[in-house]
Design a protein. Sequence first.
Length: 314
Amino acid sequence: MLRKIGVIGGGTMGHGIAGAFALHELSVHLYEPSARQREGILPAIREACELLVEEEVIAASSVPAVLGRIKIFDQLAPAVADREFVVECIPERMELKQALFAELDRLCAATTILATNTSSLSLAPMIAGLSAERRGRTCVTHWYNPPLIMPLVEISAFGNTTPEIYKAVASLHQAIGKRTAKILKDIPGLIANRIQLGVAREVFSLIEQGVADAADIDVALKFGPAFRYATTGQLEVADFGGLDVWLTAGDHLLAEMDASRESSPLVRRKVAEGKLGVKSGEGFYRYDPAAIPALRRAFFQRLLRQLKASRAYS
């Protein structure tokens, strides 16, 4: 199994991915060019580990070892020189990723597998400047946020990699407790983000139409469809309900539902007004700034409890 991991970028996704690998006894090199960002990486991972301890996911005695497996670098070359698998988590700009992959191609061993955590950019142009051999060892591994908790990793199988390379990458992520989805076609958003945005489009439309307020729409989702989705996929739900029932429902409802091809006007207005959600203190709900740390912690606790419950039927 791949055991020497490199992570490029120490932001929210990067440091979370590094922590997830280190949590499962893998050696992690994390490259982050910003001194300010580097200073916050280990404290952030330590804080996340403390929550895992509190929820009895890991033992308190294991935390120092987890942190000790992560080595932080301010230079790219030594960070990736001996790595077997390197994943980039830099900003979603094609030119930045193209330049980084060209540099990684030069610095990494010929056997190193390279990956991008992108969720919105196409892989093909990202690696177009690489040799055929290197393109054959490059893939998408898209994690969900927060990486230490969310079990999903979407992995590309677009035809540029061999089945053996795909199996090595999937096995690596499965070994650290992730549930992998094999993506056969290079499309924007892959699977999970497209499903999520489809739900969000209708939810935003319902509140804009005044069908219900934010709290009641969230109640309907959490204790209706999402309650089933926590344990049962949509295609399973359709089979259990009967495809004839779903056919009739689709014929009756889809023509009445939102079919917008751009973001919700309501969301656009809120962004223009600076109402960005928790980060600004108001979005669809209002948030007391003093209470935000506790709200974030409670959010992560709910995810952790769901993660523990999900292991019973995985």
